[in-house]
Write a protein that binds this ligand. Structure first.
Ligand SMILES: Cc1cc2nc3c(=O)[nH]c(=O)nc-3n(C[C@H](O)[C@H](O)[C@H](O)COP(=O)(O)OP(=O)(O)OC[C@H]3O[C@@H](n4cnc5c(N)ncnc54)[C@H](O)[C@@H]3O)c2cc1C
Length: 464
């Protein structure tokens, strides 16, 4: 028979102790009596890779919106990441991004910077700081490693807890709580668990360009590290892309990406040869002399997928879904971790605004999570739709006009500091999408003549 541990209305359970899970547990501090984080993996020694986050082999950047949310929840985290070796790349000065019309001007804008660091180090720094916050809080937090959530308890009206199974083969348990947060990432089984409760799975939207990733770490030869990160993304007409960024300890990561049927190979010679076929030869010239440090790792699930848990009647009370379990994005836009952090911050802000954990907290927060996710979803899907011919054919005249406008705006952003700043504000998740349609930005985008970007990577930054 199953053992049972009973928690009350002010107890919370978090499924998954990854980025979203640790930040959700942090958000609950001071608002719940206890928080139990259930993590399938054991945390590795020495800030290492773990199986539960397979995407951690690939480039991960943390953009401004995510940095701000992380700081709000765990102050001092960005400095701790820098101390752990993260590179602070000012945009666009320190990250040259090739566009279809050439290389953008290298404005020294100092408005946004991105943090570039290996994902295991980022997760370890956040987890260490979260654990320190747990230790200082009146809320008692337990992190149960090597334990898997295998189902929910309750009914279609209310989730009352989880069924868990220790991975060492111990007896299964049922834990009950007033709030269950699913932060189990892209492999979340919540839709299946809904069926077991007699609920229909939430409506799911998928926009999939079929992009495949492959990544390898390098050490540039002495004196051969570039001054800036280099990004040559794919664009319609140039389906292969790559990004080369510094991480900790003088190491650089090269991620290559290609569309369905044209994924980068994971054998070393093929991988290097593929880097010569992206939309600009500069990337290959940087990598070809560098010393490879790791095997090449692939990753193919890059779809944008949003589950509409927030819709009226879609979810039982007491159940909240955050991070990738709620919404995944095409990773080339570097938004997923930031949206996970913004979702956790929405949880904390709602708890503060409404005076703590209430029977309807999950329902209220799920709507907030949907709202903070929406701008990133619109940006990623809007950028991906031109790759999908079927979707393109079904688009209305208004959608086609928006695409035309955004394409023109992206080209203008490469050469115009005013439009460029607005573009970065939106893609770094610090300003809402309408910023791109303000009269000033629209006038510069539509009325000024279309100008190509630079023919070669700029070596000198320009004051703004
Ligand atoms: C190739 C690639 C590159 C990316 N690059 C970027 C980038 O540059 N910038 C960016 O912001 N985002 C990027 N992302 C997105 C980013 O990886 C995710 O958005 C982020 O990891 C989401 O955090 P999470 O906590 O929701 O999920 P995860 O980090 O995946 O964590 C989920 C956790 O839940 C645990 N778990 C799963 N199931 C269970 C269970 N049943 N019981 C208990 N525990 C469970 C797992 O072990 C894991 O610890 C990228 C994604 C991919 C695929």
């Amino acid at each position: 028979m199953e053992d049972q541990h009973t928690g009350g209305a002010r107890d919370a359970i978090v499924i998954g102790g990854g980025l979203a899970g640790m930040l959700a547990a942090t958000a609950l501090l001071g608002h719940a009596d206890t928080v139990t984080v259930i993590e399938r993996d054991r945390y590795p020694e020495n800030r290492g890779f773990r199986k539960g986050v397979p995407q951690a082999r690939h480039l991960h950047i943390l953009i401004t919106g995510g940095q701000r949310a992380l700081e709000a929840l765990l102050p001092g985290s960005c400095a701790a990441l820098t101390e752990a070796g993260a590179h602070r790349l000012d945009l666009p000065r320190d990250l040259l991004t090739r566009t279809p019309t050439g290389w953008p001007r290298r404005f020294d804008e100092r408005r946004h910077h991105t943090l570039s660091v290996t994902r295991p180090v980022l997760d370890a720094v956040v987890t260490e700081r979260a654990r320190a916050a747990f230790a200082d809080s009146a809320t008692r937090v337990a992190v149960r490693e090597a334990t898997e959530v295998v189902g929910l308890t309750g009914d279609a009206d209310r989730v009352t807890g989880v069924r868990i199974r220790p991975r060492d083969g111990g007896a299964p348990h049922t834990l009950t709580a007033g709030l269950v947060v699913d932060a189990s990432g892209r492999s979340s089984r919540a839709p299946r668990w809904y069926a077991e409760l007699g609920l229909t799975a939430p409506q799911e939207e998928i926009v999939d360009t079929g992009l495949g990733y492959a990544t390898r770490q390098y050490r540039p030869g002495p004196g051969r590290a570039p001054d800036t990160g280099v990004n040559v993304p794919n664009w319609p007409g140039s389906p292969r892309g790559g990004c080369y960024l510094p991480v900790e300890d003088g190491v650089w990561m090269l991620t290559l990406a290609g569309m369905r049927g044209d994924h980068p190979p994971t054998e070393p010679e093929g991988f290097l040869a593929y880097s010569a076929t992206v939309g600009d030869p500069y990337l290959h010239s940087l990598v070809s002399g560098a010393e490879p440090l790791t095997p090449v790792h692939g990753f193919h699930d890059t779809r944008n997928r949003r589950r509409r848990y927030e819709r009226s009647g879609a979810s039982p009370r007491g159940f909240l879904v955050l991070g990738d379990a709620h919404c995944t994005f095409n990773p080339v836009y570097g938004q997923g971790m930031s949206v996970a952090a913004l979702g956790a911050r929405a949880l904390r802000d709602t708890l503060e605004r409404t005076g703590g954990l209430l029977p309807d907290t999950a329902t209220t927060v799920q709507r907030e999570v949907a709202a903070v996710t929406d701008p990133a979803w619109v940006a990623a899907v809007g950028a991906d739709l031109p790759y999908l011919r079927d979707a393109e054919e079904k688009r209305s005249a208004g959608e086609r006009l928006t695409s035309w406008y955004l394409d023109r705006l992206a080209a203008r952003a490469a050469v115009d500091p005013v439009v460029g700043a607005a573009f970065r504000d939106v893609f770094c998740l610090t300003a809402p999408l309408p910023r791109l349609f303000s009269p000033r930005i629209a006038a510069r985008t539509v009325l000024l003549p279309r100008r190509p970007a630079l023919p070669a990577p700029p070596t000198v930054a320009e004051a703004v």
